[in-house]
Design a protein around this ligand. Structure first.
Ligand SMILES: Nc1nc2c(c(=O)[nH]1)N=C([C@H](O)[C@H](O)COP(=O)(O)OP(=O)(O)OP(=O)(O)O)CN2
Length: 175
Protein backbone atom coordinates (compact mmCIF):
# COMPACT_ATOMS: atom_id res chain seq x y z
CA UNK A 1 0.00 0.00 0.00
CA UNK A 2 1.29 3.49 -0.83
CA UNK A 3 0.85 5.80 2.10
CA UNK A 4 0.07 9.50 1.45
CA UNK A 5 2.86 11.84 2.50
CA UNK A 6 2.15 13.63 5.75
CA UNK A 7 1.65 16.96 3.92
CA UNK A 8 -1.02 15.29 1.68
CA UNK A 9 -2.87 14.06 4.76
CA UNK A 10 -2.91 17.66 5.99
CA UNK A 11 -4.43 18.83 2.69
CA UNK A 12 -7.28 16.34 2.93
CA UNK A 13 -9.00 18.53 5.51
CA UNK A 14 -8.10 21.83 3.85
CA UNK A 15 -10.65 23.98 2.04
CA UNK A 16 -9.75 26.26 -0.82
CA UNK A 17 -11.13 29.48 -2.21
CA UNK A 18 -10.29 31.99 -4.90
CA UNK A 19 -11.08 35.66 -4.29
CA UNK A 20 -11.03 38.36 -6.94
CA UNK A 21 -11.36 41.99 -5.96
CA UNK A 22 -10.08 44.42 -8.55
CA UNK A 23 -10.18 48.17 -8.96
CA UNK A 24 -11.50 47.49 -12.47
CA UNK A 25 -14.66 46.03 -10.91
CA UNK A 26 -15.72 49.41 -9.51
CA UNK A 27 -18.89 50.53 -11.25
CA UNK A 28 -20.75 53.82 -10.91
CA UNK A 29 -24.50 53.56 -10.81
CA UNK A 30 -27.53 55.42 -9.55
CA UNK A 31 -30.34 53.91 -7.48
CA UNK A 32 -32.80 54.58 -4.71
CA UNK A 33 -34.28 52.20 -2.19
CA UNK A 34 -37.17 52.20 0.24
CA UNK A 35 -36.59 51.44 3.91
CA UNK A 36 -38.43 51.56 7.22
CA UNK A 37 -41.65 50.73 5.42
CA UNK A 38 -42.43 53.72 3.31
CA UNK A 39 -39.38 55.99 3.19
CA UNK A 40 -38.14 56.28 -0.37
CA UNK A 41 -34.65 57.68 -0.84
CA UNK A 42 -33.76 60.37 -3.35
CA UNK A 43 -31.98 59.07 -6.39
CA UNK A 44 -28.22 59.06 -5.76
CA UNK A 45 -25.09 57.31 -6.98
CA UNK A 46 -22.39 55.04 -5.63
CA UNK A 47 -19.03 53.86 -6.85
CA UNK A 48 -19.77 50.25 -6.06
CA UNK A 49 -16.91 47.90 -5.21
CA UNK A 50 -17.14 44.16 -5.83
CA UNK A 51 -15.40 41.08 -4.44
CA UNK A 52 -16.15 37.57 -5.66
CA UNK A 53 -15.12 34.32 -3.97
CA UNK A 54 -15.46 30.78 -5.26
CA UNK A 55 -14.96 27.73 -3.03
CA UNK A 56 -14.19 24.19 -4.06
CA UNK A 57 -11.53 21.52 -4.40
CA UNK A 58 -8.28 21.96 -6.28
CA UNK A 59 -8.21 20.80 -9.90
CA UNK A 60 -5.31 19.27 -11.84
CA UNK A 61 -3.61 22.71 -11.95
CA UNK A 62 -4.00 23.00 -8.17
CA UNK A 63 -6.50 25.80 -8.84
CA UNK A 64 -10.00 26.18 -7.44
CA UNK A 65 -10.64 28.06 -10.68
CA UNK A 66 -8.39 30.15 -12.86
CA UNK A 67 -8.74 33.59 -11.30
CA UNK A 68 -8.16 35.21 -14.70
CA UNK A 69 -11.29 33.47 -16.00
CA UNK A 70 -13.22 34.45 -12.88
CA UNK A 71 -11.97 38.04 -13.13
CA UNK A 72 -13.12 38.31 -16.74
CA UNK A 73 -16.57 36.93 -15.94
CA UNK A 74 -17.03 39.41 -13.09
CA UNK A 75 -15.82 42.27 -15.25
CA UNK A 76 -18.47 41.48 -17.84
CA UNK A 77 -21.15 41.91 -15.18
CA UNK A 78 -19.75 45.05 -13.57
CA UNK A 79 -19.15 46.76 -16.91
CA UNK A 80 -22.76 46.11 -17.87
CA UNK A 81 -23.88 47.99 -14.74
CA UNK A 82 -21.45 50.90 -15.04
CA UNK A 83 -23.06 54.31 -15.70
CA UNK A 84 -26.60 53.01 -15.43
CA UNK A 85 -29.61 53.60 -13.25
CA UNK A 86 -30.50 50.40 -11.40
CA UNK A 87 -34.24 49.97 -10.85
CA UNK A 88 -36.09 47.17 -9.06
CA UNK A 89 -38.32 44.87 -11.11
CA UNK A 90 -40.20 43.40 -8.14
CA UNK A 91 -40.78 46.26 -5.70
CA UNK A 92 -44.37 46.49 -4.49
CA UNK A 93 -44.45 50.29 -4.55
CA UNK A 94 -41.70 51.41 -6.92
CA UNK A 95 -43.48 50.67 -10.16
CA UNK A 96 -41.27 50.54 -13.22
CA UNK A 97 -42.69 50.68 -16.74
CA UNK A 98 -41.13 51.06 -20.18
CA UNK A 99 -42.35 52.28 -23.53
CA UNK A 100 -40.33 52.31 -26.74
CA UNK A 101 -37.95 55.02 -25.59
CA UNK A 102 -38.40 55.77 -21.92
CA UNK A 103 -38.40 54.04 -18.57
CA UNK A 104 -40.60 55.49 -15.84
CA UNK A 105 -40.35 54.67 -12.16
CA UNK A 106 -43.17 55.78 -9.87
CA UNK A 107 -43.38 55.83 -6.09
CA UNK A 108 -46.71 57.29 -4.96
CA UNK A 109 -46.80 60.89 -6.30
CA UNK A 110 -43.12 60.89 -7.34
CA UNK A 111 -41.96 60.03 -10.87
CA UNK A 112 -38.54 59.55 -12.48
CA UNK A 113 -38.12 59.25 -16.26
CA UNK A 114 -34.98 57.94 -17.99
CA UNK A 115 -33.93 56.91 -21.50
CA UNK A 116 -34.34 53.12 -21.77
CA UNK A 117 -30.67 52.62 -22.56
CA UNK A 118 -29.65 54.23 -19.26
CA UNK A 119 -31.57 51.71 -17.15
CA UNK A 120 -31.01 48.24 -15.78
CA UNK A 121 -34.24 46.75 -14.45
CA UNK A 122 -32.97 44.20 -11.99
CA UNK A 123 -34.91 41.14 -10.74
CA UNK A 124 -34.89 42.37 -7.14
CA UNK A 125 -37.37 43.75 -4.63
CA UNK A 126 -35.10 46.58 -3.49
CA UNK A 127 -31.80 47.64 -5.06
CA UNK A 128 -29.80 47.08 -1.88
CA UNK A 129 -26.16 46.02 -1.96
CA UNK A 130 -27.26 42.53 -0.84
CA UNK A 131 -29.70 42.15 -3.73
CA UNK A 132 -27.23 43.51 -6.28
CA UNK A 133 -24.70 41.01 -4.91
CA UNK A 134 -27.20 38.17 -5.41
CA UNK A 135 -27.85 39.12 -9.04
CA UNK A 136 -24.12 39.39 -9.81
CA UNK A 137 -23.57 35.99 -8.11
CA UNK A 138 -26.34 34.36 -10.17
CA UNK A 139 -25.05 35.87 -13.39
CA UNK A 140 -21.39 34.98 -12.82
CA UNK A 141 -22.39 31.43 -11.83
CA UNK A 142 -24.52 31.05 -14.94
CA UNK A 143 -21.83 32.52 -17.16
CA UNK A 144 -19.05 30.25 -15.90
CA UNK A 145 -20.94 27.05 -15.08
CA UNK A 146 -19.80 25.15 -18.16
CA UNK A 147 -16.24 26.38 -17.95
CA UNK A 148 -15.78 25.73 -14.21
CA UNK A 149 -17.78 22.48 -14.02
CA UNK A 150 -19.76 21.02 -11.14
CA UNK A 151 -17.08 20.38 -8.52
CA UNK A 152 -17.25 23.82 -6.90
CA UNK A 153 -19.27 24.28 -3.72
CA UNK A 154 -20.22 27.97 -3.57
CA UNK A 155 -19.92 31.43 -4.98
CA UNK A 156 -20.01 34.52 -2.78
CA UNK A 157 -20.34 38.08 -4.03
CA UNK A 158 -19.80 41.14 -1.84
CA UNK A 159 -20.89 44.58 -3.01
CA UNK A 160 -19.52 47.69 -1.32
CA UNK A 161 -21.78 50.73 -1.49
CA UNK A 162 -19.64 53.21 0.29
CA UNK A 163 -16.01 52.45 1.23
CA UNK A 164 -16.60 49.62 3.67
CA UNK A 165 -20.39 49.03 3.67
CA UNK A 166 -20.73 45.58 2.16
CA UNK A 167 -23.79 43.56 1.24
CA UNK A 168 -22.87 39.91 0.75
CA UNK A 169 -24.64 36.98 -0.91
CA UNK A 170 -23.38 33.37 -0.92
CA UNK A 171 -25.03 30.85 -3.25
CA UNK A 172 -24.46 27.12 -3.62
CA UNK A 173 -22.66 26.37 -6.88
CA UNK A 174 -25.07 23.57 -7.82
CA UNK A 175 -28.79 24.17 -7.32
N1 LIG B 1 -27.70 46.51 4.64
C1 LIG B 1 -27.88 47.62 3.88
N2 LIG B 1 -28.08 48.80 4.46
C2 LIG B 1 -28.27 49.90 3.71
C3 LIG B 1 -28.23 49.81 2.31
C4 LIG B 1 -27.99 48.55 1.72
O1 LIG B 1 -27.93 48.39 0.49
N3 LIG B 1 -27.83 47.48 2.53
N4 LIG B 1 -28.41 50.94 1.57
C5 LIG B 1 -28.63 52.11 2.10
C6 LIG B 1 -28.85 53.29 1.22
O2 LIG B 1 -28.76 52.97 -0.16
C7 LIG B 1 -27.99 54.49 1.51
O3 LIG B 1 -28.10 55.43 0.49
C8 LIG B 1 -26.53 54.14 1.67
O4 LIG B 1 -25.74 55.14 1.15
P1 LIG B 1 -24.66 55.96 1.98
O5 LIG B 1 -24.15 56.94 1.01
O6 LIG B 1 -23.69 55.07 2.60
O7 LIG B 1 -25.54 56.62 3.14
P2 LIG B 1 -25.32 57.94 3.91
O8 LIG B 1 -26.64 58.60 3.96
O9 LIG B 1 -24.72 57.65 5.23
O10 LIG B 1 -24.33 58.78 3.02
P3 LIG B 1 -23.00 59.55 3.33
O11 LIG B 1 -22.53 59.99 1.99
O12 LIG B 1 -22.03 58.59 3.97
O13 LIG B 1 -23.40 60.67 4.23
C9 LIG B 1 -28.73 52.30 3.54
N5 LIG B 1 -28.50 51.10 4.29
Amino acid sequence: MVRPHSHCRQFMSATFRVDVSKEQFIFSAAHFITFAGDICERIHGHNYGVRVSVEGPLDENRYVVDFIALRDAVLKQTQALDHHVILPRDHKEILVTQDETETTARFRERRWVFPNEDCIIMPVINTTAEEIARVIAENVREQTKEQFGKALSSIEVAVDENAGQWGVCKLPWNE
